[in-house]
Design a protein around this ligand. Structure first.
Ligand code: ZN
Length: 136
């Protein structure tokens, strides 16, 4: 009765609600930092922003403000015009995640921004559908 078994199996699988694989933990890539003279370079800044799904410019502005060090984006790298402690940098990126990526309601990181106006965006959660305004 192989056929019946397969049919049964198929039916069982169909009835299992399919969960998207979302994790409430967020894995940031290791931040690759390089010091060159008086400059601090984040070599994989593009990747980090890609994983967070946020515009590099937005992330760089936040970091520059928080660390009080001016920065510029060069292709996929972020260049700080000054010395930046790597651990402090990582903690500031975590802060960015908590403020601008993590859903305020369910705590997941599968979110995106919708523009409201120049200074306000809506953090839209793709897991629970919550919308929370965030000030930039
Ligand atoms: Zn949510």
């Amino acid at each position: 009765m192989v056929e019946d078994y397969n049919t049964l199996l198929e039916r069982v699988y169909k009835n299992i609600p399919r969960h998207e694989t979302v994790s409430d933990r967020f894995e940031l890539p290791d931040i690759e930092v390089l010091t060159q003279g008086n400059k601090t370079i984040v070599r994989n800044f593009g990747d980090v922003c890609g994983v967070m799904r946020r515009e590099p410019l937005l992330v760089s502005k936040f970091l520059s403000k928080e660390l009080a060090v001016p920065s510029s984006i060069d292709d996929k790298r972020l260049i700080f015009n000054g010395k930046v402690d790597q651990r402090l940098l990582v903690s500031k990126i975590q802060e960015f995640l908590n403020k601008y990526v993590r859903c305020k309601v369910c705590g997941r990181y599968d979110t995106h921004f919708e523009s409201v106006d120049r200074n306000v965006r809506m953090l839209v959660c793709e897991v629970c559908g919550a919308r929370s305004p965030v000030r930039l």
